[in-house]
Design a protein. Structure first.
Length: 181
C-alpha cells in the first residue's frame, strides 16, 4: 500500500516576496539594477535599535543622515535587487548586507568575462549560523533566461525605491487616469 502518492512532497508554507538565504546552495538570476543604501531598525515608539528584534520596523535610507544634532543609528549597508529564485520558482527581492557576498558579486560584475549579472546565475552557498555563518559565491555559465520569467518580472512592476518610502515594492503602480475636461 502506498499511503502517499509517488513523488509527493509537503506543500510549502506561504512564500515570501523576499529571498531568504538558506543553508546550502541558493541559486538566483538578477533581474534588476541594485538599490543601494543603508538601513536601521526602530521599535513601535520610533526609538532606534542597535539590531533588529521581533516586531521592529526596518528603515531604509539612500545615504546616512548627515544632520549632526540627530542621534545617529547604527547603520547597515545593503544592496536590494529583484531576482528569479530558482528554488522557489518566483520573482523575489534579495537584500544583501554581507560584505563577503557583496565583494564576491563585485568581482564578477567588474570582470570582462562575466560583466552584466542578468546573463548568468549566481549560487550563494551558505553554511553555519549566527557568527559562524560563511558564504561562498560562484556562478553558472552564461545562459539565456526563460522569456516567461522576464515577462512575469516586467508585469509585476516592482518598485524597489518604495523601500525608501516605507512602502511595499510589490504594490502595482497605480496608473493615473487622464483628467477629462
Amino acid at each position: 500500500m502506498n499511503f502517499l502518492p509517488t513523488n509527493y512532497s509537503l506543500p510549502k508554507a506561504d512564500t515570501s516576496h523576499y529571498f531568504r538565504l538558506e543553508d546550502g546552495n541558493n541559486t538566483f538570476r538578477v533581474l534588476s539594477p541594485a538599490l543601494v543604501g543603508w538601513k536601521y531598525w526602530t521599535d513601535k515608539e520610533g526609538r532606534v535599535l542597535e539590531k533588529p528584534v521581533k516586531g521592529c520596523t526596518t528603515v531604509f535610507v539612500p545615504t546616512p543622515d548627515p544632520v549632526a544634532d540627530k542621534p545617529r543609528p547604527s547603520l547597515t549597508h545593503f544592496w536590494a535587487f529583484v531576482v528569479w529564485n530558482y528554488q522557489e520558482e518566483q520573482v523575489q527581492i534579495l537584500e544583501i548586507t554581507q560584505n563577503t557576498i557583496m565583494e564576491a558579486i563585485s568581482q564578477y560584475l567588474y570582470s570582462a568575462q562575466w560583466g552584466d549579472p542578468s546573463t548568468y546565475d549566481f549560487i550563494v552557498h551558505k553554511r553555519g549560523s549566527g557568527l559562524d555563518t560563511s558564504y561562498q559565491v560562484t556562478v553558472n555559465p552564461k545562459e539565456a533566461l526563460d522569456p516567461g520569467i522576464i515577462e512575469l518580472y516586467q508585469q509585476m512592476q516592482i518598485d524597489l525605491t518604495a523601500l525608501f518610502r516605507g512602502d511595499d515594492p510589490f504594490k502595482r503602480a497605480e496608473k493615473k487616469q487622464p483628467v477629462v475636461a
